[in-house]
Design a binder for this molecule. Sequence first.
Ligand code: ADP
Ligand code: MG
Length: 622
Amino acid sequence: MDTQTAHAHQQSVTLTPEESLWHRIDTTDLWRTLFVAACTIVVGFGVTWPGHAYPAVGIAGLVAGCWPIVTEAIEDARQHRMSMELSMLIAIVAAAAIGEWVTALLVTTFVLAAEILEDLSMDRGRDALTDLMAFLPETVRVRRGDALTTVALADVTTGDAVAVAPGERIPVDGVVVSGQSTADQSRITGESLPVEIAAGSTVYAGSINQVGAVEIRAEKVGADSSYGRIIEAVRLAQSSEPPVQRLADKLAARLVYLALGGAVLTYIVTRDLTAAISVILVAGACGVAAGTPLAVLASIARAARCGAFVKDGAHLEELSAVDTVVFDKTGTLTEGTPRVTQVIPASGRDADEVVLFGASAEYYSEHPLGKALAAYAKERGVETALPEDFTYQPGRGVSATVDGHIVLAGNRALVENAPADSGSAATSVHVAVDGSYYGSILLADSIRPSAQRAIADLHEVGLRTLLLTGDREQSAQSVARQLGIDTVRAELLPEDKLQIIDAEKAAGHSLAMVGDGVNDAPALARANVGIAMGSGTDIARESADVVLISSDLNDLVATIRVARRARSIVMTNFFGTIIVDVIGMILAAIGILGPVLAALVHVGSETAFIANSARLIPGRAK
Ligand code: ADP
Ligand code: MG
């Protein structure tokens, strides 16, 4: 089977209920194969009526058996593609022409049987996806007024309160508003231990509510939900053609030429037509042509199971070759929910005043520091004012007009007259009003619990880690020391981050960049693979190639492992095919492998390579 057909199959993903393997075999294919097998036996027993050179049963068997092979070969020829179908057809017809009817029929039976096996394993790959898609419930119960009404999942909108009974699947991304339960999020995060959920917890579509009833305020529904995005990504990934796929197609075509060339040469040297036919029959590349898309498909489904959605097979391929992982600090290695620890007013200023101007200026800010300031003002009971002319200067801070005053809130690159920062690891936001320095607000952010192990694991698989941050040297060093990160560069503007990424790439490194913020988007796009935290900004998630849905950095390690495994499986298939084909062709040319044995080697090896790819298919989720 060639890749074109593999793709065509992949695109017709349907929501079939679980079926037994037996039922999935296309009955026409099955009967066709059995018929050809029966003809082989009949001719094998010497029934060659009306004549040895043209036995009716043999001709009927070949016509029936070769029909699908001929149509595929014609299609390939029309698209100027060299395919195995074409070479097999030549060999089968040649065998029949020299009166080796049993050989021709037997080889045809093998080819048909192998196609059935191959279709089944591709089916299993697609199952991993169908399994994903059929998972969300079709209807959900939504609170409208005082009553619960049942509506179609498609009609749920952001802000709806969705009731989920124990044991039900959670249909939307949202926040629990009431109730208490545990949730199995293994489909989304790969984490098999259930997590406790209660009012305020974030839950994801695609997880299972276990022990209690909960009500969830929908924040992201349908295609926007984490789950919807996984499905969409997987759908897209199926139709994309990663570079390794093109390589596989090219290799398959080369092997066909090699087989045909080898056959001609064999005939010229040995004058043995049977040996020439065997040379064609032994060379197969289906393990490469069909095994590669299967591996790509399966590894994307597997990565999704690890909590990462990969937007394209090409990104997974690049991820396998990455040697350096670059991290942003705030919101990526840290929780991104800093808390104000201290307010230091300038002499003659009042702390409330500093908070009022700082928090008002940050009103529209998407940055974790800005959000923390707004939350702190509320907590402290300071009434903030709506700012005008808000501008965000990435890596520096914000400026805005508050009650007619021009306010700057940010680091010393923005508020130049702020005093030098102390040696502490805290991050400070300096506030200046109409040009005069009013005071500083210190914030501390905790390191993500998942970061420590993730960094250690990255080092263990031989990757280099690099921290690039706009924050101060001290806070950057403190985080890097706690996590054991190799290299740190601090006080960077977004354009500096880009420059460093370019320099690293120019030095021959292949980079994955992990970030969350608006300011990270350019770097995510520039790195070989951009990876966004699920908790990050929309822009970061859009610019990235991979999204870590639950923002767990260990999911990144798992995804890199999947990517590397996929790569090594595909490469094993490539080299394995070349070795088997070359040795097989030599043995066939010198007459050791007869046509039947040659066809067996072809079919057997391709089945083995496809099975090798099938190892990547994730197990069925509960
Ligand atoms: P990181 O690279 O660690 O994600 P950023 O580039 O987002 O950090 O920010 C770098 C520095 O710029 C922050 O440590 C802070 O000093 C300043 N800054 C950025 N955005 C803001 C903001 N909205 N308010 C105040 N300061 C900010
Ligand atoms: Mg950040």
